[in-house]
Design a protein around this ligand. Structure first.
Ligand SMILES: [Zn+2]
Length: 427
């Protein structure tokens, strides 16, 4: 099977490519860049996509998603999560272990991979738990999970509060060369908080989560990464202070990388003024000052990756009082459009943005994706960066309709998503 994508603007940060050209996909891999397509187009059985005016890039890699299966299939399944990913231009998902049972041993990892192979239309790379049951005390079966295919470890959803346990986890993973992904939150400081601590939380009478709750653990984990030499990846950075700590650690040569979500660089805590539970997320949406520093961090390279932290929930769960609603935003189907705003506003160039959605996350979790080099697996996205869309959460492929961006007018529409040479989404 052959597919020719012609007349596209091809952007591949892994090769520093940004050119107008034609790309040929054959037997599931990128087979050639063609200058003249006339002959190839006439071949029998070839599928030709005229992508004039559109961008062709490596398929996006979302290194922070919650697929909810096993255990919470009413929120999302591997099948529906993959469909949402394909619609959003993501060809690889790195899924968090806070399922039920928790992915803390090889049998759960194997179950997820089997489901992904049989029912998923994009690539799924599981992350294992740091501790058994993500309970924070004894280390999970990390070696076995690595053998089974886990690409990192985290207790995401929860921090590893015990510093000694975190130290041991970091020492342990060095042998496997996988990162420890930190959900940085001091549970004692965040307590029963439900939103950012500040002027708005006071005004609404809601319990707040201070910036310090995140920064205390970011500082601790950087210290432990320095001690152990492990690769630390900080998930969903939300505060200005975290960005400054990570920037400083990088300058000192510590092996730390980090990600930010589209909601954290787009929204401020004003988004919860009407008690919209769809804007209730952990870490909470912060203030304009935090957004400024996050944008600076995206620009200067402190922030390596944009990841959605796709966290689908059912309508019933979110249709409750603000205090009682679960944390999370369904992010796969708005990730690209929200991220393209950074280009529109001059914060990132389009190639810089694509790097943070492809090559950088692939490198952090050491998967062979995020590139359109000849011979690479043909995971490809084609999108129109200008096309004006209106977000309609009820049209999400994801079971999770929990989005605070419903009704927003944004630019950017995915027209094709290709995984291993196969078109898994088109419009
Ligand atoms: Zn988290």
């Amino acid at each position: 099977m052959k597919t020719l994508i012609k007349s596209a603007r091809i952007i591949d940060p892994s090769q520093d490519i940004d050119l107008i050209g034609n790309i040929l996909i054959e037997n599931g891999t990128v087979s050639a860049y063609l200058s003249d397509t006339a002959k190839t187009e006439k071949e029998r059985g070839i599928k030709v996509i005229d992508a004039k005016g559109r961008i062709v890039a490596p398929g996006f890699v979302d290194m922070h998603v919650h697929l909810r299966e096993p255990g919470f299939e009413y929120k999302e399944t591997i099948k529906t999560g993959c469909e949402a990913a394909a619609a959003g231009g993501f060809t690889s998902l790195v899924c968090m272990p806070n399922t039920n049972p928790v992915n803390d041993n090889a049998s759960v990892t194997e179950y997820i991979l089997l489901k992904a192979r049989t029912e998923g239309i994009v690539n799924v790379f599981p992350v294992g738990a740091v501790t058994k049951g993500s309970m924070g005390s004894s280390l999970a079966e990390i070696g076995e999970m690595f053998e089974a295919g886990c690409v990192g470890i985290t207790d995401d959803g929860l921090p590893v509060m015990n510093s000694k346990v975190m130290r041991h986890a970091m020492e342990y993973v060095r042998a496997f060369g996988i990162p420890v992904i930190s959900h940085a939150e001091d549970r004692n400081l965040s307590g029963n908080g439900v939103m950012n601590e500040g002027f708005i939380s006071n005004r609404l009478g809601l319990r707040g989560i201070p910036n310090a709750s995140e920064e205390v653990i970011v500082a601790r984990d950087i210290t432990l990464a320095e001690l152990t030499g492990a690769h630390l990846h900080i998930a969903h950075v939300s505060t200005a202070g975290s960005v400054r700590l990570i920037r400083e650690a990088k300058i000192r040569g510590i092996r730390v990388t980090c990600e930010v979500t589209p909601h954290h660089f787009t929204l401020t805590d004003q988004a919860v003024l009407n008690y919209d539970t769809n804007a209730k997320v952990n870490p909470p949406i912060r203030t304009g000052k935090d957004i400024e520093e996050i944008r600076e961090g995206l620009k200067d390279g402190t922030i390596d990756v944009i990841a959605t932290d796709h966290a689908p929930h059912s309508e019933d769960e979110k249709k409750v009082e603000f205090d009682l609603a679960p944390f999370g935003i369904s992010g796969l189907e708005t990730g690209l459009s929200l991220s393209l705003s950074l280009v529109k506003e001059g914060i990132l160039s389009l190639p810089e943005l694509i790097r943070k959605l492809t090559f950088n996350p692939s490198r952090i979790v050491r998967i062979n994706r995020g590139t359109l080099k000849v011979g690479a697996v043909a995971d490809v996205v084609i999108f129109d960066p200008e096309k004006l869309i209106t977000v309609d959460r009820m049209k999400f492929r994801s079971k999770g309709k929990n989005s605070p961006f419903h009704g927003w007018k944004l630019n950017g529409e995915v027209t094709h998503t290709i995984v291993g040479g196969k078109i898994v989404y088109s419009r």
